[in-house]
Design a binder for this molecule. Structure first.
Ligand code: PLP
Length: 388
């Protein structure tokens, strides 16, 4: 059976051209970039080339990019390093209630260390209201962190508006753009952000590499102490193949971003329309328009998301019930609850995330298969019986 992968938000396959670009850096070009001999300089050159590409994609200067081990590290780096470097000035952080665990858990960690955190609510579509950000600011606020786009429901937040508010108040502004970079336009100056997290494996790059954009002049302490790599902001010998792969992935994304976004948005809308038409008691989660071009998240009443997922998997269709990290837990998604969904609705959610190799035929196959699965599950559902 040919499998259909519709979980690109969890991770993307590494693009063959990315793999090709990475390979020499495992074998012939293996030097440590800190070495002054030619092997070292070859690796150093490769990092700097990738840095220019990543900086270019988001309108940054190359010296403002620090490579990390992924999006989680970039989020931890941004939040902890700014918090600890600025604790004399204040102890208050503002974030949203729909952040990825990488931001959420970092904020909770800091709360346990004496910082105060405001978790802003979102509306029914998952949007943060910039006025709420404004109202939450106190004389002690040192950082605002609001994600650019939700990994679960795909809602794209009003980052530029929040950026203006942060700038006016003189407060550092971080955005987790892991799901946005390479999929929708991201420009650090248009967004008005001081820090921005990225991850290569969400845009057809390899896993285990990402980056943090740090605006020049941002006061923060190094995240890892050790050698002098990454201008002393992040010690450890660089992941050269990973960084080169990230650079190549960014280069490919830049060439195709608008065309691909349009193609995916069309497929996304076909899937949303089909699901809502063919399965009753189904609703779209997230914003209908301000949404990532590749995200479809629906709640199907009277059925469990996990049951739908397993049945889809038996048909060769790979989707998700929420973010990859939370799907191992039985707790409903904090994001869906923040949107106001009841626990049962949150438990009946499915996320399809589309990508480079998604086709019309694949969407049609989901629309052919899922209504039957839902009907079968509903026929034996205690949830439906209690509703009747
Ligand atoms: N932030 C968001 C919004 C994500 O979707 C993810 C990955 O799912 C991460 C952060 C973590 O990125 P990584 O897997 O590179 O650590």
């Amino acid at each position: 059976m040919k499998r259909i992968y519709l979980d690109y938000a969890a991770t993307t396959p590494t693009h063959p051209e990315v793999v090709k670009a990475m390979l020499p850096y495992f074998t012939d070009a293996f030097g440590n970039p800190s070495s002054i001999h030619s092997y070292g300089q070859e690796s150093k050159g490769a990092i700097e080339e990738a840095r220019v590409k990543v900086a270019d994609l988001i309108g940054a200067r190359d010296e403002e990019i620090v490579f990390t081990s992924g999006g989680t590290e970039a989020d931890n780096f941004a939040i902890k390093s700014v918090a600890y470097a600025n604790e004399i000035k204040g102890d208050h952080i503002i974030t949203s209630s729909i952040e990825h665990h990488a931001v959420m858990e970092t904020c909770k960690f800091l709360e346990r260390r004496g910082f105060r955190v405001t978790y802003l609510p979102v509306d029914e579509y998952g949007l943060v209201d910039p006025n709420d950000v404004k109202k939450a600011i106190t004389g002690k606020t040192i950082l605002i962190s609001v994600m650019q786009a939700s990994n679960e429901v795909g809602t794209v937040e009003p980052i530029a508006e929040i950026g203006r508010i942060a700038k006016e108040a003189g407060i550092y502004f971080h955005t987790d753009a892991v799901q946005a970079v390479g999929h929708i336009p991201v420009d650090v100056n248009e967004l008005g952000v001081d820090l921005l997290s990225m991850s290569a494996h969400k845009l057809y790059g390899p896993k285990g590499v990402g980056a943090l954009y740090i605006r020049k002049g941002t006061k923060l302490i190094p995240f890892m102490h050790g050698g002098e790599q990454e201008r002393r902001r992040r010690a450890s010998t660089e992941n050269i193949p990973g960084i080169v792969g990230f650079g190549k992935a960014v280069e490919l994304a830049q060439q195709e971003i608008s065309e691909e976004a349009e193609r995916l948005a069309y497929l996304r809308d076909q899937l949303i329309k089909g699901l809502l038409e063919r399965i009753d008691h189904t609703r779209l989660n997230g914003h209908p328009i301000m949404r990532l071009p590749n995200n479809v998240n629906v709640s199907v009443d009277f059925v469990e998301g996990e049951s739908m997922l397993l049945n889809l998997d038996l048909e060769g269709i790979c989707a998700s019930t929420g973010s990859a990290c939370s799907s191992a837990s039985l707790e409903p998604s904090h994001v869906l609850l923040a949107l106001g969904l009841a626990h049962e609705q949150a438990h009946g959610s499915l996320r399809f995330s589309l990508g480079k190799w998604s086709t019309d035929e694949e969407i049609e196959r989901v629309l052919d298969v899922l209504p039957g699965i839902v009907a079968k599950l509903r026929a034996m559902s205690p949830l439906l019986k209690s509703h009747r």
